[in-house]
Design a protein around this ligand. Structure first.
Ligand SMILES: Cc1cc2nc3c(=O)[nH]c(=O)nc-3n(C[C@H](O)[C@H](O)[C@H](O)COP(=O)(O)OP(=O)(O)OC[C@H]3O[C@@H](n4cnc5c(N)ncnc54)[C@H](O)[C@@H]3O)c2cc1C
Length: 405
């Protein structure tokens, strides 16, 4: 079967679906090809599905007008067509790669069964299938070990604890969410997890996964200490999904290299979202994926002036539990350099913490935990990168004024 569709998008995730929707609004239809069997969904909300707060239908994205469920296995750039796993060919004039990322599987002994499968009870945390698999297995009292203490590991540990599991979180480095948070904010996240009953181990390296009869039984640390486990969650980061691009001879570094028009090294192929690398950066976050999709939709619909100039990305995490909502936001550089001005407000009783870092009268970073009223005003000051007024009060004002956010 050969069909003639002008714009073909590979990947029905946040970037691909948003691009197709915007293009539709601009009168340029696109065909989306996605390999997940579920209705397209917002991956950012998977932890809320795992926590039992939302059903899968709540996190669904609006379905693109033209969606084919198939896995693309190859790109013929000379013939301008893609091949799907079932052998069908789809012709394109413009191809968009929106293939997202894969979970990184850490090099642990015993992670794979002799059939190269993960043992029963061991799950990555990337897809709806991962989430439904975990959700089915979690029961009150189940022993769960989460490997990795970044944003994903923290969200997974919290969701499993809310479902009544006995959770141990093993983090290799010295603190949680170290990419986004400074030590004080990280300490509050740890306290929050511990209040939910999660046992947090930092500077702790998992070495082995032990299974019996194909089902996980324990994980072993580098120091030989063994932890019994019925469930193991691998939250060790993600890697851009670039296999198709590489096989097609496109320029790939960490991600598929794109310019300000989201164009790859082939002018007929663009890339957006987690799989794309723009100006040396692979973001791996929702806001840049949405911005890139918006810019590309404008370009493909004929706005020749549209450009993507990079995203100053704010990481925001809202975890709403039965009786303990927990919010945090972080942006820019949260660890000051010598000479920077820092303002910090901490309230140990309420578990709130706010800090901003200012360099040469410009806001360069900040972190807020527990109290996000000022996040809108801070994000605007940061995104605008405008000099702050120099009358001495603006930092405190930014931290204490809720600023209509
Ligand atoms: C649990 C979790 C929590 C997160 N929380 C946050 C958060 O709080 N804030 C934040 O900013 N970001 C968060 N993220 C990251 C965010 O989800 C991603 O940045 C975003 O989904 C990227 O969108 P995308 O469309 O590029 O990729 P994806 O959403 O991964 O979509 C890519 C799609 O392409 C499909 N695909 C790939 N290859 C093929 C092929 N060959 N043929 C057909 N289809 C293919 C994939 O199956 C997938 O459906 C989180 C991610 C996870 C997993």
């Amino acid at each position: 079967m050969t069909s003639n569709t002008r714009v073909v998008v590979i990947g029905a995730g946040l970037a691909g679906v948003t691009l197709a929707r915007r293009l539709g609004e601009l009168g340029t239809p696109a065909l989306v090809v996605g390999d997940e069997e579920h209705r397209p969904y917002n991956r950012v909300l998977l932890a809320e599905v795992l926590a039992g707060r939302y059903g899968p239908e709540v996190v669904a994205l609006p379905e693109p007008a033209e969606l084919i469920r198939a896995r693309v296995t190859g790109i013929d750039r000379a013939g301008r067509s893609v091949r799907c796993a079932d052998g069908s060919l789809i012709a394109y004039d413009t191809l968009v790669l929106a293939t997202g990322s894969n979970a990184v599987l850490p090099p642990l002994r015993g992670l794979f069964t002799p059939d190269h499968e993960l043992p029963e009870g061991v799950h990555a945390f990337r897809t709806m299938d991962d989430c439904l698999g975990l959700s089915k297995a979690v029961r009150p009292g189940v022993r769960a070990v989460v490997i990795g203490g970044g944003l994903l590991g923290v969200s997974a540990a919290r969701a499993l604890a809310v479902r009544g599991a006995q959770v141990v979180l093993a983090q290799q480095s010295e603190r949680l969410m170290e990419r986004q948070l400074d030590p004080a904010a990280s300490g509050l996240v740890r306290r929050h997890l511990e209040d939910l009953g999660v046992e947090v181990h930092t500077e702790c390296r998992v070495r082995d996964v032990r299974s019996v009869g194909g089902a996980v039984r324990s994980v072993e640390m580098a120091d030989g200490y063994a932890l019994g486990a019925d469930l193991v969650v691998l939250a060790c980061g993600v890697r851009p999904r670039t296999g198709l691009a590489e096989a097609a001879g496109l320029e790939v570094a960490k991600g598929v290299v794109v310019d300000d028009e989201l164009r790859t090294s082939d002018p007929h192929v663009r890339a957006v979202g987690d799989c794309a690398q723009h100006a040396g950066t692979v973001y791996g976050l929702a806001a840049p994926a949405l911005e890139q999709a918006g810019a590309l939709a404008a370009l493909l619909a004929g706005d020749t002036t549209a450009r993507y100039a990079g995203t100053r990305s704010l990481t925001r995490l809202t975890l709403t539990g039965p009786d303990s909502p927990f919010d945090l936001a972080a942006f820019g550089e949260t660890d000051p350099r010598p000479g920077d001005d820092v303002v910090q407000l901490a309230d140990a009783t309420r578990g709130t913490y706010r800090k901003v870092v200012v360099r040469d009268d410009r806001l360069v970073g900040g972190v807020l935990v527990g109290e996000l009223g000022t996040v809108g005003a801070l994000a605007r000051a940061w995104e605008g990168a405008e000099p702050l007024p120099s009358d001495g009060g603006p930092l405190l004002h930014l931290l204490t004024n809720d600023g209509g956010s």
